[in-house]
Every structure is written in structure tokens, then in C-alpha cells.
Design a binder for this molecule. Structure first.
Ligand code: C2E
Ligand code: CA
Ligand code: CA
Ligand code: CA
Length: 278
């Protein structure tokens, strides 16, 4: 019986990813990942079109899962959101980002702003105090952080969310609306949102310059941002043609594989030394 049982275990590991069992396993592994230091950060440079220099970075979570390898945040963030684990994960993230910015500062490297993604469930009234505590722990100015939120964050409890956003912005943090154009927020609503930046979603950038609709939409988003006096950044820029089109359209900053993939902290440190993408 024992033998059969261990046999079936082997079977399960084969099909693990298709299984409800695998989901549970992923969930409990994820819970432990926080305690066992399996999470890390990557930094993807954001390039200013005015001078071609790296002016900021987006911090992206990475999970080195033992025996499996690197798991994409696209896979584990939804589970972390469902289970509520995202709250502790977000706290880890904010602390790790602040610690890294402080390490760069202490090495006399330029302090670039780092953007951090926030999920809807992290938007609790204690959020501003938690973030300000983390900044204070490392003696960093609030301008060191930008918070990226998607339109879906606003859908769950928009009144409460907007007042939390306002508190964060009043404290001096920058706010960006991520994946812009993919959500449902009306344009009149945009006017009332306490934000600094629109981030054009990769799905529009992908079709530039050949797809007429994508190109027109990307240009329209840049125009909209300018008229609302917001800064505008494009994500997912992969080609020189896309970069040139967006530059001509008046986009302020860009991010994407054309400039650099997300990098481990050590590799991003080299970029900070020169101010140029690799
Ligand atoms: P996102 O915020 O839209 O982040 C951009 C994603 O696009 C990243 O994937 C990045 O690696 C990828 N990317 C960047 N440049 C290019 C490009 O030129 N071409 C293509 N095809 N892809 C590009 P990643 O790192 O796998 O992250 C996926 C998503 O996971 C993020 O999407 C974000 O929503 C979420 N995420 C990552 N880190 C965190 C975090 O700390 N907290 C929360 N709440 N969500 C996070
Ligand atoms: Ca983002
Ligand atoms: Ca995005
Ligand atoms: Ca996107």
C-alpha cells in the first residue's frame, strides 16, 4: 500500500500544475516564501525622452520557488490577492524597495524614483502610515516612491480609495495610473483623480506603428495626459519604431525591452553609475 501511495505521489508531481492540489501547494509555498526569503526584486529602468537618461525604475516582484525555479508574478500575484497574502507581501515589497534605494544613496549613487505596484486589497486606511513609516525607517523623502495603481483598484471602493490616494499624494508620494486604457474609468472621473502620471498599457504600444487604431489610441492618450497636465509614460516598448513614434507623439518617458528587461539590483546598480540604459 505504501509503495502504491508513493507511486501516486510521483504521479501528482507530474501533473501538479493542472491540479486543485497544486493550487493549494502553491498557496502554502507562497505563504512560506515570505518567511524563507525566496522573494526578490527586479528593477526595470524608465527612460526620459528629453535626455535619454534613466530617471526612474519600476520594481517587480520575483519568486525563486525551490525545486521549480522562477515563478512569474502574473502567476502568483492573483493567488496572493485571493488569499489576502498580498498585504504582507506588499509590506515586504515596500520595505525591500526602501532598503534598496537607501543602499544606493549610501553608495553615493543618484537617488532615482522607484515605482511600486499596489493591488486593490492593499488600499486600506492604514496604507499611507505604513508607507510613510517605511520611508522614515530609511530616512527617504516621499518623492523616492511612485505608486502604480490600475483602474480596477478604483472599482472596488472608489470613494475610500480616492481618499487614501489623496492622503498619499498630500504626503508627497507620486501616483501613476497603470495599464491605462484597459479599464472602465470614465474620462470625467480622471479629472478628479489625484494622480501625476498616466501609464499607457502595453496592448496599445504593441501595434505601433503598423496598427492604425493602436497608434491613434496611443497618440490620443498622450494628448489627454498633456491636456490634463499629467506626465505620460509608455510600457512595453520593444522596438526603435515604437520609441520614435511615442517620442514624436510627445510621450515623456518609456519603459520596455527595447531599453532594458527588468534587472536584478546588482545589474541596475551599474546603470545608476552611468545614468544610461545598458
Ligand atoms: P505590470 O505592472 O503591467 O508590469 C509590467 C510587466 O511587463 C512586467 O512583467 C514586465 O517584466 C513586463 N515587461 C516590461 N517590458 C516589457 C516589454 O517590452 N515587453 C513585454 N512583453 N513585457 C514587458 P512581470 O514582472 O511579469 O509582472 C507582471 C505583473 O505582475 C505586473 O504587471 C504587475 O501587475 C504584477 N506585479 C509585479 N510585481 C508586483 C508587486 O510587487 N505588487 C503587485 N501588487 N503586483 C505586482
Ligand atoms: Ca506596473
Ligand atoms: Ca503596467
Ligand atoms: Ca500592462
Amino acid at each position: 500500500a505504501k509503495r502504491a501511495r508513493s507511486g501516486s505521489c510521483v504521479f501528482y508531481t507530474h501533473d501538479m500544475e493542472d491540479d486543485a492540489f497544486a493550487q493549494l501547494r502553491l498557496e502554502s509555498d507562497l505563504r512560506r516564501a515570505l518567511e524563507r526569503d525566496e522573494l526578490s526584486l527586479h528593477f526595470q529602468p524608465q527612460i526620459s525622452l528629453a535626455n535619454g537618461r534613466v530617471t526612474a525604475a519600476e520594481a517587480l516582484l520575483r519568486w525563486q520557488r525551490p525545486g521549480i525555479g522562477m515563478v512569474s508574478p502574473a502567476q502568483f500575484i492573483p493567488i496572493a490577492e485571493e488569499t489576502g497574502l498580498i498585504v504582507r507581501m506588499g509590506e515586504w515589497m515596500i520595505d525591500a524597495v526602501c532598503r534598496q534605494i537607501a543602499a544606493w544613496r549610501d553608495a553615493s549613487l543618484p537617488v532615482v524614483r522607484v515605482a511600486v505596484n499596489l493591488s486593490a486589497r492593499e488600499f486600506v486606511p492604514e496604507l499611507p502610515a505604513k508607507i510613510l513609516d517605511a520611508l522614515a525607517r530609511y530616512a527617504l523623502p516621499p518623492s523616492a516612491l511612485e505608486l502604480e495603481i490600475t483602474e480596477s483598484v478604483l472599482m472596488s471602493n472608489s470613494e475610500r480609495t480616492v481618499s487614501i490616494m489623496q492622503a498619499l499624494r498630500d504626503a508627497g508620494l507620486r501616483l501613476a495610473l497603470d495599464d491605462f486604457g484597459t479599464g472602465y474609468s470614465s474620462l470625467s472621473y480622471l479629472k478628479r483623480l489625484p494622480i501625476d502620471t498616466l501609464k499607457i498599457d502595453r496592448s496599445f504600444v504593441r501595434g505601433i506603428p503598423d496598427d492604425h487604431d493602436d497608434s491613434a489610441l496611443a497618440r490620443a492618450i498622450v494628448g489627454l495626459a498633456k491636456n490634463l497636465r499629467l506626465s505620460v509614460i509608455a510600457e512595453g516598448v520593444e522596438t526603435a519604431e515604437q520609441a520614435a513614434f511615442l517620442r514624436d507623439a510627445g510621450c515623456d518617458d518609456m519603459q520596455g525591452y527595447y531599453f532594458s528587461r527588468p534587472l536584478p539590483a546588482a545589474a541596475f546598480t551599474l546603470i545608476l553609475r552611468t545614468g544610461q540604459p545598458p
